[in-house]
Design a protein around this ligand. Structure first.
Ligand SMILES: [Zn+2]
Length: 392
């Protein structure tokens, strides 16, 4: 699709800061220019003026989703019953739903049969967000999410599994370092892999050009994953047998590592405790510790864990952003940065995603209102552009 499109908005947030009223020019799937002078648009351009109440920003990035999980009460049963064709169809619907909420990039951290890769083969203009993928997460036999097909435990198995992901085109290798609630005998606070194995996995991933993401809950798993050199820590709940325990030294280590900590925000403690009276208390404790991580300077990135439960449909990310403010203590501008430019950096997409600037991908979200004073305005979607094409 050729031609020059000019989007005029009352306020433009470029992923790092507010730049005020501006015209954003899109051409060939890229941001061609950002004009704040009020100069008349080029004659050949098609102009879309969203009005003075509009707020234009980079499309949102959801750093942790599962397109293959259906956000139902039982996510495992339907996944086991579905054949690849029907699973792919539901993944497509999940991805479309994310895009309609302004989520223009998702990182799938656990699919079945590498179907995320099949889905993204349809291309950037197929009405889907950009999809980064890990394929099935590595887990020991019978471990957390083993039903996704990523079982590997010995040195030979884990190295082979990592190489397979790299060869297929995954950008990430996801490792279930901790246990969890989905189809595994290992509780979330216990580690499933020893440090030597984790080091091997990260070494092999980096050698193959992949980033490594660690699903971590317990303090031991968090510490080991930092030692092994993972690029991102997922969840980081500091869950223990008795509740939540983040000691100051470990919080400091996470912050000093410079790696990303993906906060899945309303992280419900996985397993039998979910829904119990102590649940809300544990959630509060998790968020408090995420607040400590934030104040210590950790690079926090929001991920919805979309798909794992009914309260996490695939378009849920925008409504989670207010938790970054209310629960973790960010200001709204920090929350917008976390879901755009900061997330892009953490995912290896700096400059290409999460920014409204010359040369960046033309992935754009336009909303009504001012998210910098009321973050809920992010949900009042006016238009979404993906790769320069209007998707909504
Ligand atoms: Zn997950």
């Amino acid at each position: 699709m050729g031609g020059l499109f000019v989007l005029r908005a009352g306020q433009v947030f470029d992923g790092e800061r507010l730049i005020g009223r501006a015209a954003v020019m899109l051409e060939d799937g890229r941001v061609a220019d950002v004009d704040t002078t009020g100069a008349p648009p080029p004659l050949a351009a098609s102009v879309l003026d969203f009005g003075s109440e509009s707020f234009l920003m980079p499309g949102l990035i959801d750093a942790h989703v599962h397109l293959s999980l259906g956000a139902t009460a039982d996510v495992v049963g339907p996944l086991l019953e579905a054949d690849d064709a029907s699973l792919l169809a539901s993944m497509r619907a999940a991805a479309e739903r994310a895009l309609s909420a302004g989520v223009t990039t998702v990182r799938d951290l656990g699919d079945r049969g590498f179907l995320s890769l099949a889905l993204r083969e349809r291309g950037p203009r197929s009405g889907l967000p950009e999809i980064l993928a890990s394929g099935p997460p590595l887990t020991p036999p019978g471990g957390h999410c083993h039903f996704l097909g990523g079982e590997a435990t010995s040195e030979v198995e884990v190295r082979r599994a990592v190489r397979e992901r790299a060869e297929r085109g995954c950008e990430f290798v996801k490792v279930m370092v901790s246990g969890g609630g989905l189809g595994g005998g290992c509780p979330a606070y216990e580690s499933q892999y020893d440090l030597a194995t984790l080091r091997r996995i990260v070494e092999e991933a980096h050698r193959a050009g992949c980033r490594a993401a660690a699903h971590v809950h317990g303090p031991g798993a968090i510490a080991d994953s930092l030692s092994a050199g993972f690029d991102s820590l997922e969840h980081v709940t500091f869950l223990t047998t008795g509740g939540v325990d983040a000691d100051a030294a470990l919080v400091g280590r996470v912050a000093a590592s410079g790696g990303a900590a993906t906060v899945t925000v309303t992280s419900r403690p996985p397993g039998p405790s979910s829904g119990s009276p102590g649940c809300a208390e544990i959630e509060r404790a998790i968020l408090e510790n995420h607040g400590r991580l934030w104040r210590a300077g950790a690079r926090l990135v929001p991920g919805s864990d979309a798909g794992v439960s009914p309260d996490r449909p695939h378009d849920v990310l925008p409504s989670y952003l207010s938790t970054l403010v209310g629960g973790i203590g960010m200001i709204p501008e920090d929350a917008l940065r976390a879901a755009t430019s900061v997330a892009a950096k953490s995912l290896g997409l700096a400059g290409r995603k999460g920014r409204i600037m010359q040369g960046a991908d033309a992935d754009v979200l336009v909303v009504r209102g001012d998210p910098l004073s009321d973050l809920d305005a992010v949900r009042d979607v006016v238009a979404v552009f993906r790769d320069g094409v209007r998707a909504l």
